[in-house]
Design a protein around this ligand. Structure first.
Ligand SMILES: [Ca+2]
Length: 207
């Protein structure tokens, strides 16, 4: 092969390699889509209050007074790219029982184990100390639930289902909520969130 043809063959292979690399769809990595709890869009069965200044709360705000059974709350999440996500819920409470909530997206349970999720005590209400816990939604076997999400806006709804208390608190369970985040499966939430700067629908690069 002459030098000229060798050059052309080389150029064609470089250009086609570049084309196929560019055309290959990239998976979303190292990102978290954060919905601040205080940016809820709807509720029924109770009246939330936005609390300012709780220790280490994202955007310095969280919601409280989510106390009574059947009080449900909705949020909207804007998913930037179709793909697989895990869900993290940042919450706190100080009761000696499990607070119960369900978790629906667009009116459906992505997994049957989302019909009732137990939230254990985090030891306090983040008054003067950081009592927040980042709970990854898991199935009953302990595996992280993978949510297959389409790009665009989706409605999240969580309902208060009461608690595991056998006594007079069976129909209530106060939980304070800071945020809900959709994270790509490679993300370890405690290592990447900068709760001071996270915003609704914001993508956070891993640190
Ligand atoms: Ca917040």
């Amino acid at each position: 092969m002459s030098k000229k043809y060798l050059f052309i063959a080389l150029a064609v292979s470089i250009i086609s390699a570049a084309f196929f690399t560019a055309a290959k769809p990239k998976t979303l990595e190292n990102t978290a889509v954060v919905v601040e709890a205080e940016n809820y869009v709807k509720e029924s069965g109770g009246q939330l209050q936005k609390m300012e200044g709780r220790t280490a709360s994202s955007k310095n705000l969280c919601i409280a007074y989510w106390n009574d059974k059947d009080h449900w709350v909705e949020w909207v999440v804007n998913i930037p790219k179709t793909g697989e996500y895990k869900v993290v819920i940042r919450y706190c409470h100080n009761k000696n029982y499990l607070g119960l909530r369900d978790f629906m997206i667009d009116g459906k349970y992505s997994n049957k184990d989302l019909k009732s999720i137990g939230f254990e005590s985090t030891g306090g209400l983040s008054r003067g100390q950081d009592d927040w816990k980042n709970l990854i939604l898991k199935d009953k076997k302990g595996n992280d639930i993978i949510f297959k999400m389409r790009k665009g806006k989706h409605t999240i709804r969580m309902k208060n289902l009461g608690s595991t208390d056998a006594g007079k608190e069976a129909d209530r369970s106060p939980i304070n909520l800071d945020l809900i985040a959709f994270i790509t499966p490679d993300v370890i939430p405690d290592k990447i969130f900068d709760f001071k700067t996270a915003g609704q629908g914001e993508l956070l690069p891993a640190k």
